[in-house]
Design a protein around this ligand. Structure first.
Ligand SMILES: NC(=O)C1=CN([C@@H]2O[C@H](COP(=O)(O)OP(=O)(O)OC[C@H]3O[C@@H](n4cnc5c(N)ncnc54)[C@H](OP(=O)(O)O)[C@@H]3O)[C@@H](O)[C@H]2O)C=CC1
Ligand SMILES: O=C(O)[C@@H]1CCC=N1
Length: 274
């Protein structure tokens, strides 16, 4: 693991990655997180044992890796204020912002930076993240390995060589935990309608998803076969799946993911224009 990592921004996604890193054995004292609000920082600092500061420039000055983890809408302002420190320290930059392209962020930071774009997801908090990574031309093989090791500490890593594919990664994994959480909500509600206590329905639905995901990740069979194995001819599952197919669930999922990727493209255009 790189010696000193600074997170600019200490919100949901930074908190998930830092939490995953410390649980996987990273030294908390090698990690710094920044945010404008000292109260928020004090809470995360006490919880995770990491350094915190409201001074972005100071946090970058001696960092080997800087993870940009603020909302895309404020990235320009944050980067432009950081440019002098980044130009002096020349850390590896890792941006986790949705949409924003590597060239734009590099320009905001004064240019000439080794920059990795990463699309992580919040299950990084429990070491079950799924991240897509893209490197600009200035990133060395050693820096690729640093980024790989950093994100592998909190889950799986897939590199893409075409930056535009990060939009697909956003649709498939970055935003996708929310799709499954929606499914849990819907299954809990339906379980209650069928007479179960809400907590019971929630526990059964979540454990079933965990079991299905674990099975799918370990099985030699593809998901279609695993699905078929649950569907006894003329039985209950067949009826449920027929209902989902008739309601065009696949089409709904495809359209939702297209909308997600399209929004990433739109955000990039809007934010680059400023
Ligand atoms: N949430 C997710 O599932 C995913 C998010 N992302 C990306 O991660 C990034 C962060 O998202 P998320 O964590 O959800 O957002 P949050 O709003 O939870 O976190 C943003 C953090 O940035 C801090 N911040 C605001 N202004 C500054 C500043 N000037 N300097 C330093 N820190 C600042 C905020 O502090 P304060 O709260 O005080 O304003 C907060 O700690 C986004 O770019 C998003 O696209 C990528 C993949 C998944
Ligand atoms: O919704 C968003 O814009 C961010 C990026 C991916 C997940 N959350």
């Amino acid at each position: 693991m790189a010696s000193k990592i600074t997170f600019i921004g200490a919100g949901n996604m930074a908190g998930a990655i830092i939490g995953g890193l410390t649980q996987s054995g990273a030294a908390p004292e090698s990690i710094t997180a920044t945010a404008p609000n000292q109260d928020e920082l004090t809470a995360i600092g006490e919880r995770l044992g990491i350094h915190t500061t409201t001074d972005n420039a100071a946090a970058v000055a001696d960092a080997d890796v800087v993870v940009l983890a603020v909302k895309p809408q404020i990235m320009r302002e944050v980067c432009q204020k950081l440019a002098d420190s980044v130009q002096k320290a020349r850390p590896l930059i890792i941006s986790i912002a949705a949409g924003l392209d590597a060239t734009t962020i590099d320009e905001w930071l004064g240019g000439g930076n080794a920059l990795v774009r990463c699309m992580p997801n919040t299950p990084s908090l429990v070491g079950q993240g799924a991240s897509g990574l893209y490197a600009n031309a200035r990133v060395s093989d050693a820096q690729r390995q640093i980024a790989t090791r950093l994100m592998q500490a909190v889950g799986i890593v897939e590199w893409v060589e075409d930056e535009a594919l990060l939009e697909a990664v956003t649709a498939v994994s970055g935003s996708a935990p929310a799709y499954f959480f929606l499914m849990f909500e819907a299954m809990e509600d339906a379980g209650v309608t069928l007479g179960l206590p809400a907590e019971t329905a929630r526990r059964l639905a979540i454990q079933t998803a965990l079991g299905a995901a674990t099975m799918a990740s370990q099985s030699e069979h593809d998901p279609a076969t695993l699905k078929q194995n649950v569907m006894s001819p003329g039985g209950t599952t067949e009826r449920a799946i027929a209902h989902m197919e008739d309601a065009n669930l696949r089409q709904t999922i495809a359209e939702a993911m297209q909308a997600c990727a399209e929004r990433a493209r739109q955000m990039a255009d809007e934010l680059a224009k400023g």
